[in-house]
Design a binder for this molecule. Structure first.
Ligand SMILES: [Zn+2]
Length: 402
């Protein structure tokens, strides 16, 4: 048996989960202690009718509510309240590794290199005008996501919340690709090395970027490098960046390179020398020990990324985020089509699951995991390949035990 319980609490919609392993009552007991009131229990009633009656009595005593489906073909509802919804769903039969997260801390300022250049050329006033036109994220309700809390001042508070989130979401490991600067993220990773990995994420164009990267790997416990390609001034193949890629090559680092459109609402970056993943073609071939990961299925540049992957065995794709960029393409790909095209082109070994989770109260974007599991299962992918995509490819890249 393998179940997950997901509870949306009434006040803050916090997602609570519990996994059944061994004693079948334990996760329900835990769920109730965490504030759950309603359990929709489908599978367990089908398979264990007697047990479901015991559970019903158990919840009754705890003033819980239970809906029994499958056995009686009817619903028994007690003290049901709106918003108190619990589902019983089956996820994967292994712990997932999430290769793409961000730590929600105020210190993160991804746009700085681009903004500094813009302001130097056009002035502060025009930049303020641009910002005024930013529209609120209207996509959040599309996924039933709650309103994000602002980023946190204290990185250790963010770390503790994420550590707890990993436990609840039953994640084996999460990789923070950014987190308030290398030093800040280094402290966070050091607090929970059993669950956290982190990437260096200083600007590739800054002075001594190569030394900073080497220090992050050798001394600060970080294990990869993140580049936001659209904010980089010169093409990534420019020789002035070679020193940095030499470090990536020497240490065999995973290098996450966001290509494609960046930003959101009415204020985004859609031009520059590093929009297409093909900006990596030369670099990937010149530094074959480095492993380049292009996130979000190429974020609007799917064809270019497929061709880059075909040409370069050290280029990977990550599946993270809402992938709403598909709306701004004529192809209007579905998740199934994206998985299918990459699976057919590069096989299961170079696709990495990521969620792009960051802020609370959403925490881990379970919705993305569920959508992606549905997509790969609908393609009839073998279980071993699903395991590779959602766990083992990531561990291999991180040089951790599979
Ligand atoms: Zn991201």
């Amino acid at each position: 048996m393998f179940f997950h319980l997901i509870l949306l609490k009434q006040q803050n919609h916090e997602i609570l989960q519990s996994q059944s392993a061994g004693h079948p009552i334990t996760p329900y007991q835990e769920a109730i202690s965490l504030g759950g009131r309603l359990i929709i229990c489908v599978n367990i009633t089908k398979r264990h009718p007697l047990l479901s009656v015991c559970l019903w009595l158990f919840f009754h005593n705890l003033h819980g509510t239970m809906v029994v489906l499958g056995m009686l073909k009817i619903c028994i509802l007690q003290r049901m309240r709106l918003m108190e919804i619990t589902q019983c769903i089956e996820l994967a039969d292994f712990k997932v590794v999430d290769m793409h997260l961000h730590l929600p801390v105020v210190k993160d300022d991804w746009m700085k290199p681009w903004r500094d250049r813009y302001i130097a050329e056009n002035g502060q006033e025009r930049f303020a005008q641009l910002q005024n036109r930013t529209v609120q994220a209207s996509w959040l309700p599309e996924f039933c996501f709650p309103t994000p809390e602002p980023p946190m001042e204290d990185e250790m508070e963010a770390a503790e919340r994420w550590y707890e989130e990993c436990r609840k979401a039953n994640l084996e490991r999460v990789v923070f690709t950014t987190g308030g600067g290398n030093e800040c993220l280094s402290n966070v990773v050091a607090a929970h090395p059993d669950a956290f990995s982190g990437f260096a994420h200083h600007y590739i164009g800054e002075e001594n970027a190569a030394e900073t990267l080497e220090k992050a790997i050798k001394e600060q416990g970080l294990c990869g490098y993140k580049i936001l390609a659209p904010v980089v001034e010169k093409p990534l193949s420019d020789r002035s960046y070679d020193e940095v890629f030499e470090v990536c090559h020497a240490y065999g680092l995973p290098v996450l390179v966001h290509c494609g459109i960046l930003g959101g609402g009415s204020f985004g970056i859609v031009s520059g020398p590093n929009l297409s993943p093909l900006c990596l073609a030369e670099t990937a071939q010149r530094f074959p020990n480095a492993n380049f990961i292009v996130p979000h299925f190429g974020c609007g540049f799917t064809n270019d990324l497929l061709q880059l992957c075909w040409a370069s065995p050290n280029v990977y794709v990550d599946t993270s985020g809402n992938n709403l960029w598909t709306k701004w393409t004529m192809e209007n790909y579905t998740l199934e089509q994206l998985f299918q095209r990459f699976y057919a082109t590069v096989g299961p070994g170079r696709i990495l699951f990521g969620s792009d989770s960051e802020w609370f109260p959403r925490g881990f974007a379970l919705r993305y995991l569920m959508d992606q599991l549905r997509a790969v299962r609908s393609l009839n992918m073998p279980k071993e390949d699903i395991r590779r995509i959602f766990r083992e490819n990531a561990l291999e890249l991180l040089k951790l035990e599979v």
